[in-house]
Design a protein around this ligand. Structure first.
Ligand code: ZN
Length: 248
């Protein structure tokens, strides 16, 4: 299992982003919801925990629906990990302050974002496609960390992960119209190249995070398709990669 990491979290919390890997079954996909053999997916998931050295951790995943729904995980119990059936339903953001549990989001072009508050010891994993970004899911996640756990925005550190970049994310006016001009470039054929990572980065800064507390990986799922799954580049691939975070 190949992994990549954000520098900004240092060693203070456990986190990882899984990469594509042609030596693994299903190229290392960890998605149970895309119709691939469950057993192989579960094997890949076990390899991930083993590589992180936390085979005893619980893991919680959601049935992501491009919503802006966020759930706080209050119990040390795996959900959506050994079987898709137990995943948290209709949810695109997870937050927890429990130790020995990993929370994660799956993606293949959408923006995965991990948040960490070192002082209050709270982590969050957010899936932000264009709909979630339009609906301000990352702002809602920060708000929830503040109201539920007393986090301060000056303590929150964020990692914005690999997603389809402004280089490759062409959208029509139906999508583009939802975002300010500063985040999109109009193309000669009347479409837009949209920078979803930067919209989310901007929302985090507006929420009160320090600019230097946000790391944005420049990796593009389409350009860097050898490392990450891209639904667009692969024309509807079944693979997904996982961005995961937790407290020891
Ligand atoms: Zn690209």
């Amino acid at each position: 299992m190949k992994l990549c990491h954000f520098d900004i979290f240092e060693d203070r919390c456990l986190h990882a982003i899984t990469q594509k890997n042609t030596t693994l079954p299903l190229r290392g996909s960890v998605a149970l919801h895309t119709g691939e053999p469950q057993k192989k997916v579960l094997q890949n998931r076990q390899k991930l925990l083993k590589k992180l050295g936390v085979s005893d951790f619980d893991v919680v995943l959601a049935n992501q629906t491009h919503s802006s729904n966020i759930i706080i995980i209050e119990q040390n119990e795996s959900k959506g990990w050994d079987s898709g059936k137990s995943a948290i339903d209709d949810c695109d953001g997870l937050i927890t302050n429990k130790k020995n549990i990993l929370i994660g989001v799956m993606s293949a072009d959408c923006v995965p974002i991990l948040l960490y508050d070192d002082t209050r010891q709270v982590v969050a994993a957010i899936h932000a496609g264009w709909r979630g970004t339009r609906d301000g899911i990352i702002t809602k996640a920060v708000d929830k960390m503040i109201t539920a756990f007393g986090c301060r925005t000056s303590d929150i550190v964020a990692g914005i992960g690999p997603s389809i970049g402004v280089c490759c994310y062409e959208v029509g006016d139906d999508v583009g119209a939802n975002f300010d001009d500063e985040f999109k470039v109009e193309t000669s054929n009347g479409k837009y190249m949209l920078d979803l990572k930067r919209v989310n980065q901007n929302q985090l800064i507006k929420a009160g995070l320090k600019k230097e507390s946000i790391e944005v990986l420049s990796l593009c799922t389409s350009c860097d398709n050898d490392k990450f799954f891209s639904f667009r580049k692969e024309r509807g691939c079944s693979g997904r990669f996982l961005s995961i975070i937790g407290l020891r």
